[in-house]
Write a protein of this length. Structure first.
Length: 484
């Protein structure tokens, strides 16, 4: 039990560093819903989708490689220095090339060249802090990690509020002041990216000492090993970016209006709660998987961890789906966006499946078969692209939501099947399958059959919790006893 308490504590600390920034970031959704029309929000969503794709390219799997080699390589300083130098120079090269060809990028993407320039600087600033943040996690400094992460988002949120709400008021009421001179008419989207640039720049300033206190020695042999290990992670990351964000880009390319893309993107955000749980868990579990791999009962431990993830994930996903129509009034306080609410159960469950896949992916990370993870992700990306092209024309953004859950569900199933072959883990298939199947069934029955009938929704939620309690009573009582 001490092991699980330790894992829970680690997950909670990194979860705080992830959840609070995500919550603060999510406050931007109601802000944008109030200050932007659906078409403008759709344009912002498309640009941020491109941001995610290029974030993956600029990281090129180096973050995961860093953790792998930091835990296995004798010279840890060489791992830190080599990875940091690598990311620094590749980022600088990207900056030079992209600035020179920003007009071409604008034509290809259909995005205004001014926004392309802002996007380039955001990408560069964020890439330069990848290894410093990883270093904080490796050095087990979660408090510092959390403070910087939270500070970044607070600054970004504060600047967004200032630029979108207060600056227009200042310009109108006090036109002679200096602050009023900062106001530009019809520049709401630009202000969003300016706020992001300032927040990212300040984060880099705080973490910049990392670049002055490292061993500036580049180990070419180590770098090649890290690149070989990280390349499949890059491919997997690109596939995940396609699964998670490329739908907004495809919706525009297939002539769905930016207004509908804006509504879809806003309602998509209601899946935040499952994303929070999944992301916080992933931050805590990846270092744990590597550090615990040599323990003789590691497979059984991984099996138990996966079961508890499914239990808590099932409860969270069912709760969010049952109360989604109440959450929308808080998170999206503009009823013109609510036309896309039908995608919510699909997106919530898709993120749940992705979280399960994260657990199941332990087999290829620990056996150095990261290329298998890339293959699985490629399959998911192919499913995403094919279904989007087929379904968007018939079902608009609902087709994108179906493609997302189909892709993540397929990846989950494939990883489980291959994991049994290469790194058998004694999963409790009966219980895990029962919890997962029942939560999915209750979610669809409620939302598409009895939506906003909270007597039935709460009843199904309590019934599921009771089902879990009956099956896990003995373990839960032991945990409570240990805690007290």
């Amino acid at each position: 039990m001490g092991l699980y308490r330790s894992l829970f504590k680690q997950t909670a600390i990194y979860g705080l560093a992830t959840v609070l920034p995500r919550i603060f970031s999510f406050l931007l959704v109601p802000l944008y819903a109030k200050t932007l029309d659906r078409g403008e929000y759709g344009e912002v969503s498309i640009i941020f989708s491109w941001l995610v794709v290029f974030n993956v390219l600029l990281a090129y799997g180096m973050e995961t490689s860093f953790f792998r080699f930091y835990n296995t390589h004798d010279d840890k300083r060489a791992v830190v220095g080599t990875s940091m130098i690598s990311v620094f120079w590749t980022t600088l090269l990207f900056l030079i090339v992209s600035i020179l060809f920003r007009n071409t990028l604008a034509k290809i993407s259909g995005i205004d060249v001014e926004f392309i320039t802002y996007t380039i600087w955001i990408l560069v600033l964020d890439a330069l802090v990848i290894i410093p943040f990883s270093k904080l996690r490796a050095y087990q400094r979660p408090i510092v990690y959390a403070i910087i992460k939270i500070g970044n988002v607070i600054i970004n949120l504060g600047l967004n509020i200032f630029f979108l709400i207060y600056l227009p008021q200042i310009a109108q009421q006090h036109p002679e002041t200096f602050l009023a001179s900062l106001f530009i008419e019809n520049f709401q989207i630009g202000y969003i990216f300016v706020a992001n640039i300032i927040a990212s720049l300040l984060t880099l300033v705080v973490l910049s000492p990392n670049y002055f206190h490292i061993q500036w020695h580049f180990d070419a042999k180590l770098w090649r090993q890290m690149i070989r290990y990280g390349f499949p992670i890059l491919i997997a990351g690109l596939a995940f970016a396609i699964n998670e964000h490329f739908d907004k880009i495809l919706l525009e390319k297939l002539h769905v209006s930016k207004a509908d893309i804006g509504a879809y993107s806003a309602c998509y955000k209601i899946g935040l709660f499952m994303v929070l749980f999944r992301t916080a868990y992933s931050l805590g579990i990846e270092p744990f998987f590597f550090s615990y791999a040599k323990n003789e009962n590691a497979p059984q431990t991984y099996a138990n961890v996966t079961k508890y993830f499914v239990i808590f994930g099932s409860i969270i996903s069912l709760f969010v789906i049952v109360f989604s129509d109440l959450l929308k009034q808080i998170l999206i306080p503009n009823d013109t966006y609510w036309s896309a609410m039908n995608v919510v159960p699909l997106i919530v469950l898709a993120n749940f499946f992705l979280g399960i896949y994260t657990n199941l992916s332990v087999w290829y990370k620990l056996t150095d078969r990261t290329q298998m993870g890339a293959y699985i992700s490629i399959v998911g990306a192919i499913i995403t692209l094919v279904l989007n092209f087929v379904l968007i024309k018939k079902m608009s953004y609902m087709g994108s939501a179906i493609a997302t859950i189909a892709a993540y569900g397929s990846m989950m199933a494939i990883s489980y099947t291959l994991g049994n072959k290469y790194y058998p883990i004694p999963y409790d298939r009966k219980k895990i399958g029962g919890y997962l199947g029942l939560s999915v069934l209750f979610s669809f029955v409620y939302f598409y059959g009895f939506r906003e009938n909270y007597a039935i929704g709460v009843g199904l939620l309590l019934l599921f919790v009771y089902f879990v309690y009956r099956n896990e009573k003995q373990v839960l009582l032991q945990i409570i006893k240990k805690a007290t």
